[in-house]
Design a protein around this ligand. Sequence first.
Ligand code: OAD
Length: 379
Amino acid sequence: MQQILDMEPLEALQALKEAGVFDGGEDKQEAYEQLEILAHKGVHPVKLLGGGRRREEPKDEPMDPVLTSFDLEGIARYIKEHECKRVVVMCGAGISTSAGIPDFRTPGTGLYDNLQRYNLPVPEAVFDIDFFQKSPGAFYELCKDMWPGNYDPTPTHYFLKLLSDKGILLRCYSQNIDSLECLAGLPSERLVAAHGNFDAAHVICTEPEVLVEIDELKAAIDKGEEGWQALREEKGNLVKPKITFFGEDLPERFGELHEEDLGSCDLLLVIGTSLVVAPFCMLIGLTRPGVPRLLINRESAGTCGKMPMGFRYEKEGSDNWRDVFQAGDCDSSCRALAKALGWDGDLEELIKSRGRAPVEMVPWMLEAGDTQETNEGAA
Ligand code: OAD
């Protein structure tokens, strides 16, 4: 890995490919293609795959178990006994399905199975920057349905707020563009909207970037093709919400924070995502090897068979020392985790009050005086 680190990004990616890192399965091919786009822009694949220089510890070799049991109770016990202060959450569309927003890839109900009316070459094209430049109509039509404002946060969103109020959430990395984390009351400094959202709009392919008022874009889209064509003429190119499309860079905030956050966290919770979109999915490999990782999802995802430094919960005995898979619904699983922590009352109050109920910090953060000392990095 060291040698690869010293190579140019594209050369390093080629070396990883030849080493078989991307062999087997469409998911890996997709990861490779996205890393290739980033490598062309100078981003080193090894940094994203989790082999950066900053780690001294062994990377993915068996250690003594860090959990007393590999379930929600074990995670709850770990939080309390180790007085966790820097929890990172990674989440995806699964945390919003109970709000009525479909995810992307669940067969039948997922968005990508329901775009026939747009005649797309592949469903993902609707979020592809090259396709958008050629055929913007499909995205603009879809936008009308996706525009935030019609949905309420779910119990899982309030669970994120609970972790923040308890003083132990370092950061929530969300792939979602629905802004429901903010609506649940999560402070903006605790959130990284890794795939952007509808808070702002921009003229595509401008350097420096030209921003457009989001309300101006909404008004144009509501008028249909005539509206967005007029806006295009006025601004010199197409205007879109600042959602990260395939082929675009992730927001700067993601680049600024992810290495430090993941490298310093003391627990990783991954909720409601298929972990197939890079570079986001690669974050799970950036935690230190002794840091427990919990996946809450309806289906298995992000395993070490699919990605470097992936989850090892399918492995037997000492081959899994830190990973837990809680299969099932994320709202009931978050409720169960809150109960195991003795925080179920707080969570229900937050849900009832739409995030407004006061919540007391955990004793170890109160003792620390304030959160500045312990989970700073808020940006
Ligand atoms: P996916 O649709 O790929 O994955 C959602 C995951 O959540 C699936 O594994 C579901 O089984 C699971 N799931 C759904 N509802 C659930 C529930 N109530 N409880 C527990 N699990 C549930 O969505 P993402 O992983 O978020 O990118 O997709 C990542 C990115 O792909 C998105 O951000 C989007 C898309 O292309 C862009 O728009 C740029």
